[in-house]
Write a protein of this length. Structure first.
Length: 192
């Protein structure tokens, strides 16, 4: 004859099995879910920063400045707020690029600029000033190439070109507009 202790133990076992069946297996966490802000921790944060890279001649070749820089050690990337980049090479016009937001790749070889992006080529002998405006721009700092798939407006002293997408090599002074290119030219008045 079963003891009262064995009956109680058997009853608890039945209740445990029923509760496991009732609740079912728990679903594993989703692998494609975006990481929470708590999981993406920064290791340093800079305000009103300025980072200068010097060329072989000892002069500043690239200057990256901005309102804030937040670095994430997990993937060695950084988020930028109000970034400004200055590119200066001997014998070439100076370029200044500014945006509302940005992202910096590991090692700083790629900068993605977002929001209102304005790129200015400053006047130099043989190179009039030039202004490029877009909403997205990728800049490879090592080889000074640009890419955008967004609408682009390029303005010179007496002309304007609108297009969708661009590819550019600043060192070779090459610019390719990708699609829907439209231009407008205003002749300069003679001042004789």
């Amino acid at each position: 004859m079963p003891s009262l202790h064995n009956i109680a133990l058997f009853a608890l076992l039945v209740v445990a099995v029923i509760s496991l069946i009732w609740e079912g297996p728990t679903a594993p966490p989703r692998q494609d879910a975006e990481p929470s802000m708590a999981e993406r921790r920064s290791d340093y944060y800079l305000e009103d920063f300025r980072i200068t890279e010097y060329g072989v001649d000892g002069r500043p070749a690239q200057v990256l400045a901005g309102r804030t820089l937040t670095h994430y050690p997990a993937d060695d990337t950084a988020d930028l707020e109000a970034p400004e980049l200055i590119l200066q090479r001997p014998g070439a016009p100076r370029w200044t690029v500014s945006a509302e937001h940005g992202w910096l790749s590991p090692g700083g070889e790629l900068i993605r600029l977002l929001g209102k992006v304005v790129m200015m080529r400053h006047a130099a002998p043989g190179s009039p000033p030039l202004r490029i405006e877009t909403e997205r721009l990728e800049l490879h700092t090592g080889d000074e190439t640009l890419h955008s798939d967004a609408p682009v407006t390029i303005t010179g002293p007496a002309w304007r070109v609108d297009a969708v997408g661009l590819e550019s090599d600043l060192k070779r002074r090459q610019l390719t507009l990708m699609h829907d290119v439209r231009s407008h030219y205003e002749p300069q008045a003679d001042t004789d």
